[in-house]
Design a protein around this ligand. Structure first.
Ligand code: FAD
Length: 379
């Protein structure tokens, strides 16, 4: 079982079980307006269904997994062609919507993979797909890496790959844009906490009112395991993940802001980072799985030990940031599936109830393509 975001196993089986196609105009309720539920709602609406989207706190709010400033978008998925292709489609949809919105949410800063060994399966395995899609990566020898990116300490790096097609997405901002688009195109949004009713058909809102539909899709991120403890309690688990924003030196801030998204590909804590983003700081994420987390009630102060490890790493990899001040931090849940693959499957006893989740720390970028795939299941 792999719990590393950067090397999930095959997902094909998750999409083998097709739903029953529904007549156009059927009522559909989607619970959860994060990256998965929001995009699914928009695609279901465009497929001709009457869609109601419900979220307890709104789209891309701070407790959700989709609620940070930014998320990485990268095609690199080792030898897993399904995720590579899903990302290719997602990237296309992100760009199309960006144009429609007249707002930049995709920043094509590139993704720099820092490889410690001669072979790095998570990157090497994707190279044939990159060639197939004419999205080739650039190999950087240690010497080239050193001269091009002077801020990187390359002592323990063997080589790097630069994916010039990737970069980062504005996360919560795009969730809100998706919701606005959904409403503008005729979808209904309700801000309310949902309880599935005991029979599985119908939902009960916090004020006691009840709503019924032909199809219910629960895209509740890290809440899924708690909402359906008997079915998903051991399948979707929430872990506490931390990201830190470090202040870059004022005399060369532009160089730091223009640095690509980077991934320390085979380091043991799996650090990655998103520089730039209109001066929010040099963001570093710790991908190693943290403790179990309650996304509603747990506090979000950084853990001193995790922060200390991240600082140690950053002063090693980017020595000029050794004393950089921590200017922001964020604690956010990963909604882990057992093998890192997304989950899309019906309730075991009720075909009108489906679960969509298990983004496992890598789901955001795929939102538009995943939503499209889900909608195609019910057409
Ligand atoms: C620190 C961190 C870094 C990440 N980095 C990346 C990255 O670089 N690239 C990438 O692609 N992905 C990344 N991910 C993963 C990605 O963010 C998630 O996979 C994705 O956002 C999951 O979206 P979601 O819609 O499933 O969940 P969420 O965004 O959590 O949305 C679920 C929604 O369901 C609602 N909800 C839950 N229960 C109820 C209820 N009972 N009633 C009503 N509403 C309810 C919640 O309010 C919430 O809005 C990262 C995640 C984290 C935490």
């Amino acid at each position: 079982m792999s719990t590393n975001t950067f090397s999930p196993a095959s997902i094909e089986s998750a999409f083998k079980r097709k739903g029953h196609s529904l007549p156009k105009g059927s009522n559909v309720i989607i619970v959860g307006a994060g990256a998965f539920g929001g995009w699914t709602a928009l695609h279901m609406l465009r497929a001709g269904f009457h869609v109601t989207l419900v979220d307890a706190w709104g789209a891309g709010h701070s407790r959700s997994s989709s609620g940070d400033e930014t998320r990485v978008i990268r095609s690199t998925y080792g030898a897993n062609e399904f995720y590579f292709d899903l990302n290719v489609r997602a990237l296309q949809l992100w760009k199309e919507h960006e144009e429609q919105w007249g707002r930049q949410v995709f920043h094509n800063s590139g993704v720099l993979w820092l490889c410690h060994q001669e072979q790095t399966p998570v990157v090497d395995g994707s190279i044939p797909f990159a060639k197939k899609h004419k999205m080739e990566y650039e190999y950087l020898s240690k010497a080239t890496l050193q001269s091009r990116y002077r801020n990187v300490n390359t002592t323990d790096i063997h080589h790097a790959w630069l994916d010039p097609f990737g970069g980062y997405l504005k996360a919560r901002e795009s969730c809100q844009l998706v919701l606005e688009t959904f409403i503008r195109e005729g979808g209904s949004f309700v801000q309310a906490m949902v309880k599935p009713d005991a029979s599985g058909s119908g939902i009960v809102l916090a004020d006691g009112s009840r709503k019924e539909a032909t199809l219910y899709i629960y895209a509740c991120g890290s809440w899924l395991g708690r909402l359906f403890p008997d079915i998903l309690g051991n399948i979707i688990t929430a872990s506490r993940q931390e990201v830190y924003y470090f202040g870059v030196p004022g005399n060369e801030s532009e160089a730091w802001d223009k640095f690509p998204v980077w991934v320390d590909a085979d380091g043991k804590d799996y650090y990655y980072g998103i520089p730039g983003n209109t001066g929010r700081g040099f963001k570093i994420g710790v991908d190693i799985r943290g403790n179990e987390f309650d996304p509603t009630n747990d506090n979000r102060l950084p853990d001193a030990k995790v922060l200390e490890r991240a600082r140690k790493f950053i002063s090693h990899r980017f020595p000029a940031l050794t004393n950089a001040p921590l200017i922001e931090s964020r604690v956010c849940p990963y909604e882990n599936s057992p093998d890192g693959n997304f989950i899309f499957q019906p309730h075991p006893h009720n075909n009108s109830v489906w679960f969509l989740g298990g983004g496992s720390g890598h789901g955001f970028k795929h939102g538009p393509a995943l939503g499209e795939l889900v909608a195609s299941t019910f057409r």
